[in-house]
Design a protein around this ligand. Structure first.
Ligand code: 5GP
Ligand code: MN
Length: 328
């Protein structure tokens, strides 16, 4: 349930706020955190933003990105702990420990699966992005929308709506975009940065993944795997694989796609995608992951091949379930 009033009251009462983003940060969690940072600084508060993992290069241009700290660097206490776009406590990673340095906790998020783990919770599974909720939140705080804040919010809304193409893209997303453009958002420049330009390493890695792509279930599931050697050969980082899975789903005839990558923490990170009416959040949840209907993720221990077999089997079962439901 959205609770912009409760959050506004809690924020007004706090003089210092510790804002946290989720692990493997994306445009929505970073955009939300950096927008709230500017809003709260403008309100005269002491603010720090934390994230367990490095901000992807593609988001480093956002105002305040260079101010984001690793939780272990913290030496201060805060009145309030605020997590943004964090679906559950596990997604806080090592930021979870910062709660013991804060008097109260609150969160703003848009994941269905969020159990409401904070003291004050504003959670709406219907919101297209946490950043659209932040825009609404600003109205309850009488906070002016500056061009810098607009840039942060755009990063989140455009990321989570698949650049305004996913099912979740709703009138609210466009209404907020209207506000952002009025505030001076340089749309063409930012959309080039966020959705079109790619580093050479990223393109090399994409080529590798596509070359190795295989198909299961009569071509209905696209499977891509990237091992540590692939990353090394291409000089690429894990974040450079973040959108690779989409190419699997964009292949004609596929209904589901998965990218498995060996990540730096010695675990295998899975990105799952589906075309409507299929879903993958249920598949991910069965294996200890989570996410949205058509974009979900899992992190598993084991070898690349063995864990991928487990995930692909679960995806095939999901397909069979859908086929059965259609026949009825
Ligand atoms: P991506 O494949 O882009 O990394 O993640 C897609 C979505 O799945 C994200 O929005 C995130 O909410 C969710 N997600 C990704 N990895 C995990 C994970 O390991 N655990 C959970 N619970 N959710 C994840
Ligand atoms: Mn989000």
């Amino acid at each position: 349930m959205r609770d912009p009033e409760g959050i506004a009251r809690t924020l007004r009462e706090a003089n210092s706020v510790c804002i946290c983003s989720h692990v493997s940060p994306d445009g929505d969690t970073i955009g939300s955190a950096l927008a709230m940072r500017l809003v709260l600084i403008n309100m005269g508060k002491r603010v720090r933003v934390f994230c367990q993992d490095k901000v992807p290069d593609s988001l480093c241009f956002l105002p305040g990105a260079d101010e984001i700290r690793h939780p272990e660097e913290n030496t201060e206490r805060y009145d309030l702990f605020l997590s943004v776009d964090v679906s559950d406590e596990a997604r806080l990673g090592s930021c979870a420990a910062l709660r013991s340095c804060c008097e109260r906790t609150a969160q703003i998020d848009h994941h269905w699966t969020n159990p409401g783990f904070a003291g004050v919770n504003s959670v709406d599974g219907n919101a297209s992005a946490t950043c659209t909720m932040i825009r609404e939140q600003m109205k309850y705080l009488d906070a002016p929308l500056t061009r810098e804040i607009a840039e942060c919010l755009y990063a989140g809304i455009s990321t989570d709506t698949g650049n305004f193409s996913f099912d979740c893209t709703d009138p609210e997303a466009f209404r907020v975009m209207g506000d952002l453009l009025e505030a001076g958002l340089p749309l063409a420049d930012l959309s080039m940065r966020l959705f079109r330009e790619k580093s050479k390493e990223q393109l090399k890695l994409l080529g590798r993944a596509i070359e190795k792509m295989s198909f299961e279930a009569d071509g209905r599931i696209a499977v891509m795997m990237l091992n540590r050697q692939d990353f090394e050969d291409c000089g690429a980082l894990s974040e450079h694989a973040d959108t690779v899975v989409n190419y699997g789903l964009e292949t004609i005839g596929t209904q589901m796609a998965v990218l498995a990558r060996e990540s730096d923490d010695n675990r295998i990170k899975f990105s799952l995608r589906a075309r409507a009416p299929l879903t993958v959040d249920d598949v991910a949840a069965r294996l200890g992951g989570g996410g949205h209907n058509r974009a979900a993720g899992i992190s598993m221990e084991g070898t690349l091949k063995a864990t991928t077999r487990v995930v692909v089997r679960a995806m095939k079962e999901r397909l069979q379930k859908e086929d059965k439901a259609r026949k009825k």
